[in-house]
Design a protein around this ligand. Structure first.
Ligand code: KG4
Ligand code: ZN
Length: 349
């Protein structure tokens, strides 16, 4: 089966051609056009600008992806498009391209939840091109979904069966990274830059708060941590040489909370697999420390993390999610598919 994936929920326009082989995926092509340089001038994503840029690049992107995969539109079996959550004007571009292709080509269409897509990034090949064997029987699985817009712990009992266990009460983890990076004058999006800076700093230099780490639930909060860093910056006007320590101490606080809550969830729910997902899944400290903590405390649980190119927004993960939906015949008539900016993962089937 060949699946066309389309992603335009925020500031990346992405098209992927994914092929399902006997028991694994082959990424035949993967086109990503990032708009970050444009939005950086505004210090964040401007929805109207994002939509216009998606419009300009999405058809050339489709053309390039087909060319690289050496296929034509006729070879596609299923069209999978992100229908939410995300920015309405941005989502509409991908959704309309998906609907138009489904109508003109008479091909089945699936509307994919962007967050489900992030979780399914774990089914894509790793850096060596391999697919972990646990993916033959991964469920029940726990997902730690950490992106720019969401921080959620999700229980997955099967394909398309998502139960929200806990989420952030204020800022998402990626949002906290971006806001603190902005306060430190590191630009937008700040997560990757802050993380690079943190790699040369001392994570114990400042003892920032670990919000809600000790509370007996699976909820998160990052606003207080961000405010603590802001007060520190305003009070001490740190020099450039102090920034790595500030970055490392902040990153460590976020990672400690994410790990603490994930271990709590693993204690409460017996699972086979832990799936890390979302843009913050690219964070080196989180990947390494979560892996070590799970191996130590829950050796029977297999920890999976997406290959780096599939952590941040991409259409390959949308195509993977689309494959599992198509297998369950969860298609949407092109006349009925609508972008839903607030589509919750727990309302996904
Ligand atoms: O999943 P994603 O691409 O978009 C959303 O669906 O939100 O996530 C983007 C977020 C941004 O907040 C970005 O700063 C963060 O992921 N991010 C990182 C790293 N790479 C991306 N945060 C921390 N460390 C990183 N290495
Ligand atoms: Zn995302």
């Amino acid at each position: 089966m060949i699946i066309l994936g389309i992603e335009s929920s925020c500031d990346e326009t992405s098209i992927a051609i994914l092929e399902r082989k006997a028991d694994h995926f082959l990424v035949r092509s993967h086109f990503v056009a990032s708009q970050v340089k444009t939005h950086a001038k505004f210090g964040g994503v401007v929805p109207e600008v994002a939509a216009r840029m998606h419009l300009e690049v999405i058809i050339p992107g489709l053309d390039a992806a087909l060319h690289e995969a050496k296929i034509t539109l006729e070879d596609i079996d299923v069209i999978a498009v992100t229908a939410g959550p995300g920015l309405m004007s941005a989502l509409m571009v991908g959704v309309e391209v998906g609907r138009t292709l489904a109508w003109t080509l008479k091909k089945p269409l699936v509307g994919v939840n962007h967050l489900a897509g992030h979780l399914y990034a774990n089914w894509l090949p790793d850096a060596e091109g391999n697919t972990p064997s646990i993916l033959k029987a991964p469920f029940p699985a726990l997902g730690l979904l950490v992106s720019g817009g969401h921080t959620e712990l999700v229980l997955m009992r099967g394909y398309g069966k998502f139960q929200l266990l806990g989420e952030t009460r204020d800022d998402a983890a990626g949002e906290a990274f971006d806001k603190v990076a902005k306060l430190m004058g590191l630009g937008y999006p700040g997560g990757p830059v802050l993380s690079t800076l943190a790699s040369t700093g001392n994570p114990k230099a400042y003892s920032w708060p670990r919000p809600m780490l000790k509370s007996a639930n699976l909820e998160f909060s990052f606003a207080g941590l961000k405010t603590a860093v802001r007060y520190h910056l305003e009070k001490h006007h740190p020099k450039k040489k102090d920034l790595p320590d500030i970055a490392a101490s902040f990153e460590q606080a976020v990672v400690d909370v994410l790990i603490g809550k994930t271990l709590r969830a693993l204690q409460e729910h017996k699972v086979n697999t832990l799936l890390l997902a979302g843009g913050v899944a690219a964070n080196g400290r989180l990947r390494a420390e979560l892996s070590a903590a799970v191996a130590r405390r829950f050796p029977a649980v297999t920890f999976l993390k997406p290959n780096l190119p599939y952590c941040t927004d991409n259409a390959a993960m949308i195509a993977a999610a689309g494959y599992f939906q198509a297998k369950q015949k969860k298609y949407t008539d092109w006349k009925l598919l609508k972008a839903d900016p607030n589509w919750s993962l727990s309302k996904t089937t």
